[in-house]
Write a protein of this length. Sequence first.
Length: 254
Amino acid sequence: MDYILEEPLILFVLSILTLSLAVVIGALFRKGRVLEKDMHENYRVILAATLTLLALIIGFSFSMATNRYDQRKNYEEAEANAIGTEYVRAGLLPATDAERLHVLLGKYLDQRILFYTTRDRQQLAQINDFTAQLQMEMWSIVENSARTKQTPTNALVASGMNDVLNSQGYTQAAWWNRIPVAAWLLMATMAICCSLLIGYGMRNMKTERILLPILPIVVSIAFFLIADIDSPRGGVIRVHPHNLVSLSESLLAH
């Protein structure tokens, strides 16, 4: 299930096939049956209520996906600000420590940019390992300097490094924060029910077959868009590290 949600295009194709099959099954189940007037009125009420509920669930899921996307963008900006601030504060340390910390921050910045741009899981694991190693080395420099000479300046540098480490943790948490699988199962169940009802309401598949793919296509597009926004790496709509790249270019120019 996780793999399907990571690949919105696969979800789109699977949704069209499943919902189209549900419409056909509903139409075949109706074949040869005639709804009485009262029964037809009840059917229309049930269909309208089911479609309304499906629309609400899709709307809430889309809102959840966009909120998570905005959160990832905000944390990317916060991370760039934290790294840039600490790079400046590092100049307050002794020359040797300042130079080492500047070099490590540059490497760390490169790894953070790769974190946002890579799609390869194996490369991502290597990036995370190297990032953790750089964090330990940077904190070691700041910690030793603070222990050697406890001054407000060293405390300020240590506070800035703490912000750098925290911002990376907040970013990772935001990338793990996805729409729950239970919500996707609920949407899929409601969409299948609606498709069955749509198919059941067709009186003649030959004359009304042009209507068969309408609901499956519309709902599949909605699923594709939600999954695309919600997927940090597999979708087309992704968070690009514009602020981190801009910071890297400014540091290189400096």
